[in-house]
Structures are given as structure tokens and as C-alpha cells.
Design a protein around this ligand. Structure first.
Ligand code: FE
Length: 218
């Protein structure tokens, strides 16, 4: 695993404290509903954020030139999509390949690439994940239902406040004719953290499969 080269951020900033105080005030006074805020957060955790990363990964799967740019300077390649900003200023893409799997953690806090993955899931910030991802990464993956072949090398990367990682999973077999939009449906948030794999082509929820062959004429 890598050695953190930059300091971690393990305290709330003034702005975050202000946001929390404002949120509590608005809820207490009845101006906003906690449920509405939860929905908003869920949107960024599960929909908007990871959909950005999925577009980056899908492009890397279909476009060799883009893949090379992503490997050379992930921050710039991701910015081609307009995905820039806080927590995404210094991105590194970690390319899975047959026999090599990457897992990302922030051992001290919750450093996470917001522009491409949104807000970190609760488990990513939990002490058990942060410690066990380093001590027993295969056990962590097993908890997620992911069993890698014993011969697969597992590389754990520790995020820092200045360096964020995006795992580029391997492209599922049987998707040769798929468009980037179709491929993006297979790419889960967890597959871009390393705690999961992309969906199989036939299990993608709502995945627009290639149009079926026309039925033979009667
Ligand atoms: Fe951190």
C-alpha cells in the first residue's frame, strides 16, 4: 500500500461546522424537513456522483486515447467531462487488470473524490473499514461479497486530503458492442472504490441492452 504523502483532514472545517449548525437551525424552526435533506444527500451519494465516475470509466473502456490520458493525468482527463472542484483537484486512476485489483481507503478520515463519486458512503467513513481495509483487505472484500482468486494481487491505496483515487475496473466480458452509455449502467460506485465489481451485462438494472436481432419472418 502507499504511504500517505499528504496530511489527512480529521476535523470539521469552519464551513462544515457552519453548515451543520445551519441545518440544525432550519430543521428546528421547521423550514426544512430532515427527510428532504436525506433525499438530497442520497441523490448525491447514489445518483449524481457515481454516475459521473461511471462515465469516466466507460470512456476509458472504449477509447484507448482517453485511457492513456487518464493514466497520464487523471485530473486533466476527468476535467474533460467538466468534473472538477473540491476533493478532486489531484486525481489518480488505478487500473484493474486480470490478476490485479485495487482497493481505496482513507485510513484516517474520509478523503474521497467528490466530483466523480459524490459523497462517501457511511461505511467508507467507519473505523472498521478504515482499519480493516489495510489489515485484512480480503476479509473486507468478503464482507462485500467479493471473493477474488487467491492469485490475484490486491493493492490497497490510502487516500489523502490532496490525492484521491478512482478505480477503473476491468470491462465485463460480453460487452463488445455496447455504447459508453450502456456500459456506464454496469459501473457501480463500489466498483470504483474497489469493494465491488461492475455488474454482469445480464444483471444491470435498466441497462439498455443492444437491440435484439429482428425476429425471423414467419
Ligand atoms: Fe484522509
Amino acid at each position: 500500500m502507499t504511504t500517505p504523502a499528504e496530511p489527512h483532514r480529521n476535523t470539521l472545517s469552519d464551513m462544515e461546522l457552519r453548515v451543520l449548525a445551519l441545518e440544525k437551525l432550519l430543521i428546528d424552526k421547521g423550514y426544512v424537513e430532515a427527510r428532504a435533506l436525506d433525499l438530497l444527500i442520497d441523490t448525491y451519494e447514489h445518483r449524481v456522483g457515481p454516475r459521473n465516475g461511471a462515465k469516466v470509466v466507460a470512456r476509458a473502456w472504449v477509447d484507448a486515447d482517453y485511457r492513456a490520458r487518464l493514466a497520464a493525468d487523471a485530473t486533466a482527463a476527468i476535467a474533460e467531462f467538466g468534473y472538477t472542484g473540491r476533493q478532486g483537484e489531484h486525481m489518480v486512476a488505478l487500473f484493474n487488470e486480470p490478476g490485479v485489483h485495487h482497493l481505496v481507503v482513507c485510513t484516517l478520515c474520509s478523503c474521497y473524490p467528490w466530483p466523480v463519486l459524490g459523497l462517501p458512503p457511511a461505511w467508507y467513513k467507519s473505523a472498521p473499514y478504515r482499519s480493516r481495509a489495510v489489515i485484512d483487505p480480503r476479509g473486507v472484500l468478503a464482507d462485500f461479497g467479493l471473493e477474488l482468486p487467491a492469485q490475484t494481487e490486491l493493492r490497497v491505496f490510502d487516500s489523502t486530503a490532496e490525492l484521491r483515487y478512482l478505480v477503473i475496473p476491468t470491462r465485463p466480458a460480453g460487452t463488445d458492442d455496447w455504447s459508453p452509455e450502456q456500459l456506464a449502467e454496469l459501473i457501480t460506485r463500489d466498483s470504483m472504490i474497489g469493494t465491488g465489481l461492475p455488474l454482469f451485462p445480464d444483471s444491470a438494472p435498466g441497462a439498455a441492452l443492444p437491440p435484439p436481432s429482428p425476429a425471423p419472418a414467419p
